[in-house]
Design a protein around this ligand. Structure first.
Ligand code: SF4
Length: 292
C-alpha cells in the first residue's frame, strides 16, 4: 500500500541519510532542514552519513505485497540523500542497496540524482544490461543544470529516464534534449519519400518531466510562464508532464503556503507518468545473493 506523500511515487526508501550541497537547487534542501531538526550532523562533504536499518525489510515487504495484489508500484530511492554521491561511508551500503532494488519484481524504482556523472562509475555492471524496472532521473533547476546534467543522463541506457525540475528556478529550454530521440526516418535520404517524417526512438528519450515550486522557509517563487512553457515543450515532444506543486507561492506570485497554492496549472491537473516496462506479473525474478 502507498506510504509516500510524494505525488509521483508510491513508496519512499532511504538506505542512508545525509548529503552535500552541489548547486542552486540545494540551497534550501528540505532533507538537510529535516535532518537538522533531529539534531543530526550529516550534511557536507566531510560530515558523517547515517545508515538506516529498517529500510531493507520495508522494501522487501512492499514488493511482496505488490506481487500478492498483482500490481506494479513505484518506489523513490533516497529522498534524504543522493544515491550517487561519492562518499566513503556509503560505498558498501550502495552496493547492497543495488542488489536489493535490482531483485524487485513488482516495483519500478525511481532513482534520482544531482550527480549523473557518477552513475556509470558506481553502477558499471548496469551499463551493459540496465535493469528495465530501474528508472533513472536527474534534477534540473535551471538552464545550467540542464546543460550539465541532461547529456549525462542521456548517456545512461535506462529504459525510463526522467527529469525532476523542482525547485524550478528559471526558464529552461529543453528542446535540444526532448527532441534528442527524433530523427528523420531515413536519415535524410533523398529517395525515401518520407517528406521529412520524424521517427521517435524510445531507447534514447526522456520519458517524463516533473515540475514543482519550492516550499518551506526561504522558498524562491516560481513564475507561471516557466511552468507553462515546460508543459508546452513536453506536449509538443510527446513527453509525460507531471506538475507536482506550486510551492510556497501560488500561480499569481503570492506567498500563500504550499497547502493553499495547490497543484493545478490553468485549472488542470497534470499527472502523466511513464508506462512501466513490465506488466504487474511479467517482470523476471532476479535472485539476490543477499537474504534481505
Ligand atoms: S543533492 Fe539533494 S539531498 Fe543532496 S543537498 Fe542537494 S537537494 Fe539535498
Amino acid at each position: 500500500m502507498r506510504n509516500s506523500k510524494i505525488e509521483w511515487t508510491d513508496h519512499t526508501a532511504n538506505y542512508w541519510w545525509g548529503c552535500a550541497k552541489v548547486s542552486a537547487g540545494c540551497a534550501n534542501c528540505y532533507a538537510d532542514t529535516w535532518a537538522a531538526r533531529f539534531g543530526k550532523d550529516i550534511w557536507g562533504v566531510n560530515a558523517d552519513r547515517e545508515l538506516k536499518k529498517g529500510v531493507w525489510k520495508n522494501v522487501k515487504k512492499w514488493d511482496a505485497d505488490a506481487r500478492k495484489r498483482v500490481v506494479r508500484e513505484r518506489m523513490f530511492v533516497q529522498s534524504m540523500s543522493d544515491f550517487f554521491e561519492d562518499h566513503d561511508k556509503i560505498h558498501g551500503v550502495r552496493e547492497s542497496a543495488k542488489r536489493q532494488i535490482e531483485s524487485l519484481t513488482n516495483i519500478d524504482v525511481q532513482l534520482l540524482t544531482k550527480r549523473p556523472e557518477n552513475i556509470a562509475k558506481f553502477a558499471p555492471e548496469w551499463i551493459d544490461n540496465w535493469p528495465q524496472h530501474i528508472w533513472i532521473g536527474t534534477s534540473v533547476e535551471d538552464q545550467d543544470a540542464a546543460d550539465k546534467r541532461i547529456p549525462e543522463l542521456l548517456s545512461i541506457p535506462a529504459k525510463v529516464r526522467f527529469l525532476s525540475m523542482e525547485p524550478l528556478l528559471g526558464y529552461v529550454d529543453l528542446s535540444e534534449y526532448l527532441w534528442y530521440s527524433w530523427q528523420p526516418c531515413c536519415g535524410g535520404h533523398a529517395g525515401c519519400g518520407c517528406a521529412g517524417a520524424y521517427m521517435h526512438d524510445p531507447s534514447e528519450e526522456i520519458s517524463q518531466v516533473i515540475v514543482g515550486g519550492e516550499s518551506g522557509h526561504g522558498a524562491r517563487p516560481m513564475q507561471k510562464e516557466w511552468v507553462e512553457d515546460l508543459q508546452r515543450q513536453c506536449q509538443e515532444a510527446h513527453v509525460n508532464f507531471f506538475f507536482k506543486q506550486w510551492g510556497a507561492y501560488n500561480e499569481h506570485g503570492e506567498l500563500v503556503g504550499k497547502k493553499n497554492s495547490g497543484r493545478k496549472l490553468n485549472g488542470a491537473f497534470y499527472n502523466e507518468i511513464p508506462k512501466p516496462i513490465y506488466s504487474s506479473s511479467s517482470s523476471p525474478k532476479v535472485e539476490s545473493e543477499i537474504p534481505f
